[in-house]
Design a protein around this ligand. Sequence first.
Ligand code: ADP
Ligand code: MN
Ligand code: MN
Ligand code: MN
Length: 349
Amino acid sequence: MHSLAEYIWIDGASPTKKLRSKARVIETGDGDVTLDAFPDWGFDGSSTWQAGGSDSDCTLRPVLFTPDPFRGEGNHLVLCEVLNSDGTPHESNTRARLRAVLDAGAADHDPWFGIEQEYTLFAGRDPFGWPKDGFPAPQGPFYCGVGADEVYGRPMIEAHTRRCIQAGIMIYGINAEVMPCQWEFQIGHRGFANESSDPVNISDHLWMARWLLYRTGEEYKISAKLHPKPVPGDWNGAGAHTNFSTREMRNPETGRAAIDAAIDRLSKKHDEHIAVYGADLDQRLTGLHETCHIGEFKSGVADRGASIRIPRDVAKAGYGYLEDRRPAANMDPYEVCARMLRTVLDIDA
Ligand code: ADP
Ligand code: MN
Ligand code: MN
Ligand code: MN
C-alpha cells in the first residue's frame, strides 16, 4: 500500500527551537507497520539553522511513529532525530543527550515524567477573542471556566485533544487557564497498561502534541504561542510545570525522604536549571502570578508560589512525585528532563 508519512523534526533556531515537517510517500506491506517502514531521509540544514550552505545535508532518523489523524487511515506521523552526514547526533539534537543521561545510570531509577504544557492562542498579533480596542475583564473567572463570555477557543482545543488521542499521544488532560485564551494540556504518566512514562517517550509525545496543536490551528486560523509572557502586565504567563518521580520517590517506605533529598539537590543547582528552562523566563518568574521569583529557590507543600511544589496528596500519602514549577512554556523537554536527572541522580553525562 502507498501512504504518506509526515517526517517531523526539531530545528536549530535559537534561543527557542521550532518544529519542521515534510511528507513523503512510502510503501508499507500487509503486516503491522514497524519503524523499519520509514527510511532515513535528508533535508536542507541551511534553511533550518542546522548547517552552512556549502555542506547543507542533514539526516532525519525516524524514532517514533503514530497514526496521522489528519490524513487518516494508513498514513503516519514520524518523529525524527537530526544527525550529521557522518551519522553522529547533530548539536541541536538534545534527544540524543537525554538518551546518554539515561544510559549513564538514570534509567536504573525508572524515572517518570508528566509535563503541563501551557500555551496562548493568537489571531494574527492579537490574543484570540480579546476585544479589538481594550482588554477582557480582569483575571478570575477564566480558569476552568465555562460559557461564551469566559472561554475563548474551545473548538480548536477539543479538535487538538481528539487528534492527540487518535494519534496515541499520552495526553493526560486539558484545562482553560487563568488568562483568557490561555490553555493547558498535560502529557505524561497516566498509569495505563503498556505505556512508558520515561523521559524520552514523554518528551517525544510532548513535541508531537505541540506539532498537532500548530497543525490544528491552521484549520482555525489560530496560532498557538509558547512565549512565557505573551501579554505584559497583570496577566498570567505560560509555563511547563514538570512533574517527576523516581522508583524511590514512589515507594511508600522511602518516598518522602527521596523527594526531600531531591529538593535539597535541586536547591543547589538553581542557576543551572534556569539556564535551560526556556528563553525569556525572567519575564514570567516575577514572584507574582503563581510563580517564585527567578532569583529565589523555594519549596513547599501545595505552594503555588514555590519553585518546587509537593502536591497535597503526595504529602498526605508520604510518597509520590514532585512538581518543578519553574520551566517556561517554550522549554525543550529533552533538556529539562536531562537537567532534572543529572541533578537529582547526580549523573555526570
Ligand atoms: P496541577 O495540579 O499542577 O495542575 P496537573 O493535573 O495539570 O497538575 O498535572 C499533573 C501531572 O503529573 C500529569 O502530567 C501527570 O502525568 C503527572 N504525574 C502524575 N503522577 C506522576 C508520577 N508519579 N511521576 C511523575 N509525574 C506524575
Ligand atoms: Mn495543571
Ligand atoms: Mn496550569
Ligand atoms: Mn502544575
